[in-house]
Write a protein that binds this ligand. Structure first.
Ligand SMILES: N[C@@H](CCC(=O)N[C@@H](CS)C(=O)NCC(=O)O)C(=O)O
Length: 372
């Protein structure tokens, strides 16, 4: 293997924690018990209700996103944020404030995201975050419907000789701290009996730099993220063809927005915004045709579409939003298909196909309950 830096396995066996840059990365002995994710104690009395009114009064949504993840949330040179997660922030703002641009984005590391949510520094966390039991309960998060069904994979050099994770005994694997990725790496390599060294980082920039320096035999992450980094692999580092993603999928990573426990009114708003993007695709309503469909729909003849678009007098599910909230989401951000295709679809550097992220009517997992 052509790696320039090797962590001495004898030191690791002694349980030493090595750190080339103590503040943002560390190498850990794979035999160490998994470091638990940070746990936050939630006092529901302190978080009871009120975020919907607070956001409406403030006039902007404060949305927690990643620190830079192509396809999901990335800030352009002009300061504008784009991406799949960013679009869901904008969709919530469109529904609640009638303005998809009324969003303040707060970039959060994986390790900082749950404490930021619990501390009320953000209204909603939309940061490629996997729904797990621990996060749902111990970390005080309420997960809305999954927007992207992902799984964890491994990226390696094309000429590494690795064809599957089972070939990767005695390697150094680079991974981001505070993630399910780190936990799955530990449990999967242990279950397969593969000795390895984990090199952990707080951010992708440091991780990718380490990979470029030849310090990682593998980079493990959500498959969407590996596709994003592979798709934008710099030419001076050999371009996308110089790295490959192994066929193994070692976990389930359902990604979606989450709010803080204790505010079911706010949670329901975020939840139904997600459903609205699914339902719009199911109805064939997009940003391109929503205005004409609003103008041409007779709610007596098409009551389901009428209710969805807020055209049925007297129908109000009680979300605390204006009747045309779903119209605002669709016209300003788009339906699920539009959000997927523009950010992560086949014509983007990620080049992802819909797969399980298809509507249930197409054999996928996306399903909105009835708007009635
Ligand atoms: N879905 C996993 C992984 C999420 C995660 O933070 N992945 C990293 C690795 S690519 C990331 O998004 N980094 C972007 C950043 O640090 O801003 C989780 O919820 O724990």
């Amino acid at each position: 293997m052509k790696r320039s830096i090797r962590i001495a396995s004898v030191a690791l066996a002694a349980g030493l924690v090595l750190s080339a840059c103590a503040s943002d990365e560390e190498a850990t002995d794979a035999a160490d018990p998994a470091a638990p994710e940070e746990t936050v104690t939630v006092d529901p009395a302190q978080t009871e209700g009120g975020l919907l009114a607070a956001v409406q009064e403030r006039g902007t949504l404060i949305c927690g996103v990643s620190q830079g993840l192509p396809g999901f949330s990335i800030q352009g040179d002009d300061g504008t944020y784009t991406g799949f997660d960013v679009d869901y922030c904008r969709a919530v703002a469109a529904a609640v404030l009638g303005d998809a641009d009324a969003v303040d984005f707060v970039e959060l590391s994986a390790s900082a995201r749950f404490t930021a949510l619990q501390a009320g520094e953000i209204d909603v966390l939309i940061r490629n975050t996997t729904w797990t039991a621990t996060r749902d309960r111990n970390e005080g998060g309420s997960f809305a419907a999954t927007t992207f069904y992902d799984g964890q994979g491994m990226m390696v050099d094309t000429d590494s000789g690795f064809d599957t994770i089972d070939d990767m005994a005695n390697t150094t694997i680079c991974v981001q701290a505070g993630t399910t990725t780190q936990l799955n790496l530990e449990s999967q390599f242990a279950a397969r009996g593969l000795p390895y060294t984990a090199l952990t980082f707080e951010g992708n920039d440091q991780l990718q730099a380490a990979y470029f320096e030849g310090r990682c035999d593998g980079w493990t992450s959500d498959l969407s993220q590996l596709a994003a980094f592979r798709g934008t692999w710099p030419d001076e580092q050999g371009g996308a063809e110089s790295v490959k993603i192994l066929p193994d999928v070692i976990s389930k990573e359902p990604l979606g927005p989450l709010t803080s426990d204790g505010d079911s009114e706010w949670f329901d708003v975020v939840q139904w915004v997600v459903f609205a993007t699914f339902q719009a695709e199911e109805f064939g309503i997009s940003s391109a045709n929503v205005d004409s469909i609003v103008a041409s729909t007779n709610p007596d003849e098409e009551p389901a579409i009428g209710r969805f678009l807020g055209l049925v007098d007297g129908f109000d599910p009680g979300l605390g939003l204006s009747p045309d909230w779903a119209v605002n989401v669709i016209s300003q951000v788009g339906n699920y298909e539009e959000i997927f295709l523009r950010n992560v679809g086949p014509d983007t550097p990620l080049g992802l196909s819909r797969g399980v992220n298809s509507l249930w009517t197409d054999g996928g997992l996306l399903y909105a309950p009835p708007f009635r």
